[in-house]
Design a protein around this ligand. Sequence first.
Ligand SMILES: NC(=O)c1ccc[n+]([C@@H]2O[C@H](COP(=O)([O-])OP(=O)(O)OC[C@H]3O[C@@H](n4cnc5c(N)ncnc54)[C@H](O)[C@@H]3O)[C@@H](O)[C@H]2O)c1
Length: 414
Amino acid sequence: MQYDIKDLSLADEGRKRIEWAFREMPVMKILREKESPNIFKNIIIGACLHITSETANLVITLKKCGAEVLLAASNPLSTQDDVAACLVRDYNVQVFGIKGENNKRYREHIKQIAMRKPDLIVDDGADLIVFLHNNVDFAENVRGATEETTTGITRIRNIEKQGKLIFPVIGVNEAQTKHMFDNRYGTGQSTIDGILRATNVLIAGKTVVVCGYGWCGRGIAKNLKGLGADVIITEVSPLRALEAVMDGFRVMKINQAASCGDIFITATGNARVISENIFLKMKNGAIVANAGHFNVEIDIIGLERLSKKITEVKPLVKEFILKTGKKIYLLAEGRLVNLGCAEGHPSSVMDMSFAGQFLSLKYFINNPDLAVKYHNVPAEIDEKIALLKLAGMGIRTDSLTLYQKKYLRSWNLD
Ligand SMILES: NC(=O)c1ccc[n+]([C@@H]2O[C@H](COP(=O)([O-])OP(=O)(O)OC[C@H]3O[C@@H](n4cnc5c(N)ncnc54)[C@H](O)[C@@H]3O)[C@@H](O)[C@H]2O)c1
């Protein structure tokens, strides 16, 4: 069995962490217990996901349903090394990921998965999907792929627009049970968790600039407000800017916000949102972090260019002393701060995202002739996940009476 992980002897710690996460994953538990052990028989699933305890629980469930699973990290900083060790030792999963790996090793790990010519793909950020499109010989068995995040879906839609998509893709992020909860409540909480674990700063009384008021930005801003921060939003979408204003936030251009913020958080899925000229306007001691998928939202090369000295003052906290003498602190190398400096999303929310992954993969098996294009998650899958999650939480809802159903179908109310 091939694998590339940090240290197999960490497996006992990893097992405890995986079991702890599973307590908060009732939907995954139901799928593991109720779904057929043969759904993925003879199927190789190539996964490129953050190697966390929640991912481990998805992988174990897929294995329980017959799949052979290969797993590579979807970010060089997001791997929990003890979890990787447990998956290798206790579950015979071929894992390729080490926290802090360099870009070359990260790419090599993705290649290792592709070389096994998987039948199904699970991706987060589309690095594996893009690799397969650039190396089509490895893609000959692929029946379909699922994509976890907003940025990955943007990339896949761009491939499709150019007429180059070679297998069907289901965008799990677009399920309501994904982005409404994972992006909003998950990123909303774990981003702040990452900043706190890295810096232990007091949020109350700070001015925090959140770039992007999408699903992630909304969650981050709401929680910061709850902790007593003065939150400023920057946006490019007029509708989202308006929503932010009516939610009670100040909205301004990044140029203006630059001199106001004590902390800056990007969550846009875009590049160079904080650029070289913005660093020059920041206060001395400003902290900068990113919650978006790639480490391109903050112009790190520009920041390096402006600096005369760079030191790691705490784990994953880099101090940049600018030539002007000002200090700026960058967290997690500009990568996802919630996974780099904390443990990523709470299990309870990943329970729904990964149920979406599991059921979308099963959808490929049940629908082998799915058109080669981008697909949203079927509505029945979304509804099933919501129902299972509510059941797992012990919450019941009302249902429509016959009278109400008839009323909702009527139009002549006299
Ligand atoms: N950290 C995590 O664990 C995690 C979880 C989910 C998603 N993500 C990632 O976070 C990013 C945002 O995801 P989302 O679901 O909130 O996307 P979204 O599309 O809902 O929101 C992004 C927002 O950013 C705005 N924006 C784009 N360019 C901007 C700019 N230059 N300045 C200001 N605003 C700008 C857009 O108008 C939009 O409102 C993506 O990269 C996604 O993949 C990260």
